[in-house]
Each structure stands twice: as C-alpha cells, then as structure tokens.
Ligand binder design. Structure first.
Ligand SMILES: [Zn+2]
Ligand SMILES: [Zn+2]
Length: 259
C-alpha cells in the first residue's frame, strides 16, 4: 500500500516523482542560509571557477528531465503488464530490497564505463560531457546539468537498464529512482554537513565527487552515484583527505598525483 494508490499509477509516479523529488531536495539546499563553515569551496571560488550562470543551469536540468520523462514514460508503457484486477502483486519486501541493490550495481556499472569513456574520447568530452564540468564548484541544483545527449545516455539509459535487468516492479522503481536522484543531488551539494547520512554510509559521496569536479581530479573518481568499486578495481580511485580550510569550511584535498 502506497500513498498514491488509487490516485495515480505507479508508472506515472515512476516518471514524475524523481523530477519532483529533484527540485524539492535541491531546492532545500538552495534555500539554506550561507553555511560557509560547511562548504567544500568558498563562495568566491564558486563565482570565479564556474563557467555557467544559474538560470542556464536550471534550463539545462529541465531539458534533461524532459528527455528523461519521455524515455521513462515510453519504457513503462512498453513494460506495463495489464492484469484482470488492474493491480499487480508486489514481491515481498526482501525481494524488492535485493532488486534495489542489484539495480544500484547495474546503474553504477553503466555510469562508470560511459562516464569514463566520455572523458577519454576527446570529441565526446569537448562536445558533450564538458557541459557538466562547467560547474567546477558543484551545487545541488546543478547535479543534473548535462548535455541532453548525456542525460539520455548516462542517466536515463542507466536508469532504464537498472530497472529492466533487476526485474523490479514500477512501484519499486519509484523508490529506487527517487533514491538515485536524491543521492546524485547530494553528491553535488558542495556542503559537508554534520549528520549527513550519505557521508556515513557511502564512500562515494559529496567529497568523493567533488574531487572529480576539480581540475586535477577530473580523470579520477568516475564512479557514480553509489559505490567506488569500479574506481578501485580499475585504478581510477583518487585518495583524498578532508581538511579545514583557512578561510573556513572544508577542502577535499587530493593526496597523490599520478601520471
Ligand atoms: Zn566527468
Ligand atoms: Zn558531477
């Protein structure tokens, strides 16, 4: 039993809930007071290093979400199984949890290799992925600021593959997709807030992804959005430490330079 039952279908929720959740979660970060003591970069750095203004970032995210909603809607339409009662039986909670974990690994695997290739292939980097890296100092609303083609290839197809292979129902996918979106936004929030559960549970977190957005770390820490396994297995993991910044706040500092 879920709160939307009887009002809208699971498929419609799976299509639109991640978008609503994105703006709610990123909106909360955006509306927070200054919190300079928890920032990973100073405001000055944000102004100087970022190459794109906020209104363009918002437009870019909305465009990606339009692509995402279209593909998700089509995917749900193609996979929906009509039943005589109009509702399908949901698997036991444990099965749903296992499907979510499987989907997390699948999404990570897809994103790691496509993301890494987008850095290695100069054409793809210059024309597509560099758009995401215009935010050298990430902030929550910019989490899905991507070229629309990247939005389709990396995020949307990654989501579709995770959904299809894990075998989860549309209802389970509502939770999975919303979780993935929250995690992605959090990884870009630019804040190291005390008590952030993602920072405790995941090695791949705000500071980890911040390294990837820094110019010296851009060829490392490709893994996203959940684990760091592929980076560690394939030698692209960049160790770092979180140190106090003189001007206040923190800094994710790269620990070693390799060739
Ligand atoms: Zn990248
Ligand atoms: Zn990013």
């Amino acid at each position: 039993m879920v709160f939307w039952e009887g009002y809208i279908s699971d498929e419609l929720m799976g299509t639109f809930a991640p978008i609503v959740v994105y703006w709610l979660y990123a909106g909360v970060y955006q509306l927070l007071p200054s919190l300079d003591q928890y920032r990973l970069h100073t405001r000055k750095e944000e102004e100087q290093k970022n190459l794109v203004p906020l209104p363009s970032v918002i437009k870019g995210v909305l465009l990606q979400q339009l692509v995402q909603a279209t593909v998700a809607g089509l995917m749900f339409l193609a996979t929906a199984k009509p039943t005589s009662t109009g509702s399908i039986t949901q698997p036991p909670l444990l099965v749903q949890l296992i499907q979510i974990v499987v989907a997390m690994f699948l999404m990570d695997t897809w994103q790691y290799f496509i993301h890494r290739y987008m850095h290695q292939n100069k054409f793809l980097y210059r024309h597509i992925h560099s758009q995401h890296h215009r935010l050298v100092v990430p902030y929550a609303i910019g989490a899905l600021y991507n070229h629309p083609l990247e939005g389709l290839l990396l995020d949307t197809f990654g989501g579709a593959i995770s959904f299809l292979i894990s075998g989860m129902t549309a209802r389970t996918s509502v939770f999975f997709f919303c979780f993935a979106v929250i995690k992605t936004v959090d990884d870009h929030c630019g804040l190291w807030l005390p008590g952030n559960i993602f920072h405790v549970l995941f090695q791949n977190n705000t500071a980890y992804h911040d390294i990837h957005h820094q110019l010296q770390g851009t060829k490392y820490n490709y893994s996203q959005p959940f684990f760091s396994i592929w980076d560690r297995l394939l030698g692209t993991y960049m160790p770092f430490s979180l140190v106090n910044r003189q001007e206040g706040g923190f800094e994710a500092r790269i620990l070693k330079k390799t060739t």
